[in-house]
Design a protein around this ligand. Structure first.
Ligand code: ADP
Ligand code: ASP
Ligand code: MG
Length: 433
């Protein structure tokens, strides 16, 4: 019998009804021994996630915070009474309020959604709680410490048959709470699966797996049955937001597969993510399509640059010195184009321009408002056929492509931001439907 680590996202734990569904899934398989849980998410499209309420609470700490604190408290009181869990929440909220008024510590406040939800879930299941502050380790600088965490978590899990572990946060050796980026409970789930040497990391959410396209853009897209870690990282990096991009590395290094499942449809097989995905020769021509907005392209031109060894390295060194990450680079004959996240470069543009002048370019062109649309070919059709169909689909939709880059099965189109949803729909319709 292997160990299964299961993570439930905020939408799967938004109220008592959802928590009861999650608990039924957990209890239906004795191998589901370690449970990582998020804070309560949205109960409806118009609702607010508890984590967002907690950030609001922190923002109002010098003024009228009472209403926000009361509404957070109300969410947990309601869950506890609907689940029939007898827990006195008063001391927990007294601690939160005291902390709010005495220490400026947004990470601590934000982490309380996961912590309190896990206190309730552990009581409901009758399982012990392992506080992530004791087992997920960060340096004082905020840097996550992977090796220390693996040892601490492994030791703590070894001592208990079953446990509930809050997602999203950890702490320094002195006990100061630090959070992962938003959506970080996926990362905690992966760390627990890795430390437990689990046979699978089940990630339970509100969709039946990773879908070929974002369901908010394409109606009822088909699920991806199987995908490799590499292809999924590319897809999540480019905007398929179902699983946090940093949740892949910890399990991949130990060969633990990830299974994305739907809490509302537990019988659906969901998506399997592992080292090699087999190709379904009758399946769609693409594995997935996703988009990310907020990019700027910079083109530097200079006649006779081709063949000059120093140009590329100088340009990249310049970005490196500025701390700017280049997402995409395209080399022309006498030009270099780089695509960068706008938030990284906008405030550094003047410095960049000053420095680039030292290379004496003929022209420097900047284009903002771009999106990257990533498509992964599945291998069922020859790559050139896929390329032609994609180009045709974008042309039919009158979408202008600023740059297209192809490496292996991954194609990235740089287009105008306001057309990124249209591009996804056009690509889905032409290559999947
Ligand atoms: P959780 O609360 O379980 O962590 P998230 O909201 O983080 O869930 O992720 C699930 C959501 O991701 C889905 O409800 C869906 O709206 C969104 N999403 C975006 N792209 C995709 C995709 N390609 N496949 C599935 N879901 C996607
Ligand atoms: N609750 C946190 C967030 O909303 C972490 C998570 O759900 O994964 O980002
Ligand atoms: Mg999530």
């Amino acid at each position: 019998m292997g160990i299964k680590t299961v993570k439930f996202g905020g939408s799967s734990l938004a109220n008592a009804e959802q928590i009861a569904k999650a608990a039924a899934i957990i209890r239906s398989d004795p191998d589901r021994r370690y449970v990582v849980a998020s804070a309560p998410g949205k109960r409806s499209a118009a609702d607010v996630k508890v984590t967002d309420l907690l950030y609001q609470l922190y923002g109002r700490r010098d003024g009228d915070y009472a209403y926000t604190l009361a509404s957070i408290r109300q969410r947990f009181t309601r869950i506890a009474s609907d689940l029939d869990v007898e827990i006195d929440l008063d001391p927990h909220f007294a601690t939160i309020e005291k902390h709010l008024l005495t220490i400026a510590d947004p990470d601590y406040i934000a982490s309380r959604g996961e912590y309190l939800n896990c206190v309730l879930l552990a009581a409901y299941l009758g399982w012990p709680l392992i506080d992530s502050a004791d087992v997920i380790r960060f340096a004082d600088s905020g840097e996550f410490l992977v090796d220390e965490t693996d040892v601490l978590l492994g030791t703590a899990l070894h001592k208990v048959e079953r446990a509930v572990i809050p997602g999203f946060y950890g702490a320094t050796a002195q006990g100061q709470i630090k959070t992962f980026p938003r959506g970080g409970s996926d990362v905690t789930g992966a760390l627990v699966a890795r430390a437990a040497m689990a046979e699978v990391y089940e990630n339970w959410t509100d969709v039946s797996g990773i879908l070929i396209a974002d369901p908010r853009v394409v109606d009822d897209p088909l699920p991806i049955r199987e995908i490799s870690y590499t292809a999924l990282r590319e897809l999540t990096y480019l905007g398929a937001s179902v699983l946090h991009e940093n949740a892949i590395i910890p399990v991949r290094s130990r060969g633990i597969p990830i299974n994305i499942r739907n809490t509302d449809c537990p019988e659906d097989p969901g998506t399997w993510i592992h080292t090699e995905a087999s190709t379904d020769s009758h399946g769609p021509a693409i594995v997935g399509v996703a988009a990310k907005i907020g990019y700027t392209a910079i083109t530097v031109r200079k006649a006779q640059w081709s063949g000059s060894l120093g140009v590329g390295p100088s340009l990249f060194r310049l970005f490196q010195d500025l701390g700017v990450v280049v997402d995409l680079a395209v080399t022309g004959v006498d030009s270099w184009t780089v695509v960068i996240r706008s938030e990284m470069i906008t405030h550094l543009m003047e410095v960049f321009m000053d420095k680039i002048r030292t290379l004496r370019p003929d022209a420097v062109e900047v284009r903002d408002g771009l999106a990257l649309v990533g498509v992964i070919a599945s291998g069922t059709l020859p790559r050139t056929t896929v390329t032609v169909r994609l180009a045709q689909a974008l042309d039919d939709a009158r979408i202008d492509v600023f740059a297209d880059t192809y490496v292996g099965d991954l194609r990235i189109f740089t287009i105008d931001t306001d057309r990124h949803d249209d591009a996804i729909r056009a690509i889905y319709a032409a290559l999947v439907d």
